[in-house]
Design a protein around this ligand. Structure first.
Ligand code: ACO
Length: 315
C-alpha cells in the first residue's frame, strides 16, 4: 500500500502489529466487548452501574454519544452516559472526572471505557500516519474503596494550533465534506509528527512530576509507569528522563500500535492479567494527544480488585 518498510516502522515507532475492526463493528461494539470483560472482572452486573463514560475521538455518530449506545447494548438504558473527546488524553481525563464523581458521591460505580477505531479516520496513503494508528478498546469499573486510590492528577490543554494533529473537515468550522475533500483526504487525520514528538516527551515528564508532587510522593515511589502507547521512542525518552527502569514501564505498542484513548486501559488490563500489580503499588498513568492535550494521574493500586471470572481482563 505504501512506500515504507517493516524496518522503518519498527525502528522509528516500536510497532509490529495493529488491529482493524470489521466494517460491521462500530466503536460502540468494541467498547461493549471491553465493557463486558471489565464488568465480569469486577464481579458485578451491568445493572449495578450508575454511569457510563466513553473516551473516544471516533464515535459511532457525531451525536448521540457512543456511551448512550453502549448503555443500551448493555441492557441498561436510562443509566447516565456521556463521551469525552480529548484524543489520546481521553482515558487520563476520564479517570480524573470519574474518580472525582465517585469520591464526591455523585455516582457509586462508573464504567469508564477508552475505545477507538482510528482506522476509520486514517489516510492510508499518508505513510507518516498510516503506519501508526490502530483500533482497540479497554475498560475499567471504578467504585469507592476504604483507602483512596486516586492520589492526584495533572491535566493540561493548549488549542493554540489545533492543526498539529487534527481532522480538518466534518466539524462546524468546515461542515460540508465535498467530493474534493474526500479525494484529497481532508476528512482524515493530519499530523505534524516532529512537533508532536517534541511536545509529547516534554509534557509526559512535566505532568508526571507535577502529579507526583501534588500527591506528596517522589519518582522513587512509583512502582509502574503506564504511558499512552504512541511511539516506543517517546516512551523510552520520557522514562529515561524520569529515571524509571524499563522493567517498571508498561509497553505493548508492538502488538497494538497507537489506539489513542484505548491504549492506557488496554495496557492496564494486560498488566493486571500478568499479575504484576500488587496491593499498594503506585501507578502513574500518563498521556498526551490532540488538543494538544496532556495529563498524568498518580494512583495507588487497591488490592481489593477481584480476579477476573474468565481469568483474562481485570478492572
Ligand atoms: N516509512 C518510511 N519513511 C517514512 C515513513 C514511513 N512510514 N514516515 C515518514 N517517513 C520518512 C519521512 O518522509 C522523512 O523523510 P525525509 O527525511 O526524506 O523527509 C523521514 O522518514 C523522517 O521523517 P520524520 O518525521 O523526521 O521521522 P521521525 O523519526 O520523526 O518519526 C513519527 C516520525 C514516527 C511520526 C514521529 O515523529 C512520531 O512518533 N511523532 C509523534 C506522533 C504521535 O505521538 N502521535 C500521536 C499523538 S496521540 C493522538 O492524539 C492521536
Amino acid at each position: 500500500m505504501l512506500d515504507t518498510s517493516d524496518e522503518w516502522i519498527t525502528t522509528r515507532t516500536g510497532m509490529k502489529e495493529r488491529h482493524v475492526a470489521t466494517a460491521d463493528e462500530p466503536t460502540s461494539e468494541i467498547a461493549l466487548a471491553a465493557a463486558r470483560r471489565a464488568i465480569a472482572s469486577a464481579g458485578i452486573e451491568p445493572k449495578d452501574l450508575d454511569c457510563i463514560i466513553v473516551a473516544t475521538v471516533t464515535p459511532d455518530y457525531l451525536f448521540p454519544a457512543t456511551a448512550c449506545i453502549v448503555g443500551s447494548k448493555l441492557g441498561i438504558p436510562g443509566v447516565p452516559a456521556f463521551d469525552m473527546e480529548i484524543a489520546c488524553s481521553g482515558f487520563i481525563y476520564g479517570l480524573t472526572v470519574a474518580s472525582s464523581m465517585v469520591r464526591t458521591g455523585v455516582f457509586k460505580r462508573i464504567l469508564l471505557i477508552g475505545a477507538e477505531e482510528l482506522s476509520r479516520i486514517i489516510n492510508y496513503e499518508d505513510r507518516s500516519t498510516a503506519v501508526l494508528f490502530g483500533d482497540g478498546a479497554g475498560a475499567v469499573v471504578l467504585e469507592a474503596s476504604a483507602t483512596d486510590s486516586f492520589l492526584a492528577a495533572e491535566l493540561g490543554a493548549d488549542g493554540t494550533d489545533p492543526k498539529n494533529l487534527y481532522v480538518e473537515v466534518g466539524g462546524t468550522a468546515t461542515p460540508a465534506i465535498t467530493a474534493e475533500d474526500i479525494a484529497t483526504r481532508r476528512n482524515k487525520v493530519v499530523m505534524n509528527g516532529r512537533e508532536v514528538f517534541r511536545f509529547a516527551v516534554t509534557k509526559m515528564i512535566e505532568a508526571t512530576d507535577v502529579a507526583l508532587d501534588k500527591a506528596g510522593i517522589t519518582r522513587k515511589d512509583v512502582t509502574w509507569l503506564i504511558p499512552h502507547q504512541a511511539n516506543r521512542r517517546i516512551i523510552d525518552a520520557a522514562a529515561k528522563h524520569l529515571a524509571m527502569p524499563s522493567d517498571r514501564v508498561i509497553v505493548n505498542i508492538d502488538r497494538y500500535g497507537n489506539t489513542s484513548s484505548a491504549s492506557i486501559p488496554m495496557a492496564l488490563s494486560e498488566t493486571v492479567e500478568a499479575g504484576k500489580l500488587k496491593d499498594g503499588d503506585v501507578v502513574v498513568f500518563v498521556g498526551f494527544g490532540g488538543g494538544l492535550s496532556w495529563g498524568a494521574v498518580a494512583w495507588r493500586w487497591n488490592g481489593d480488585v477481584k480476579p477476573s471470572r474468565n481469568g483474562k481482563a481485570d478492572s
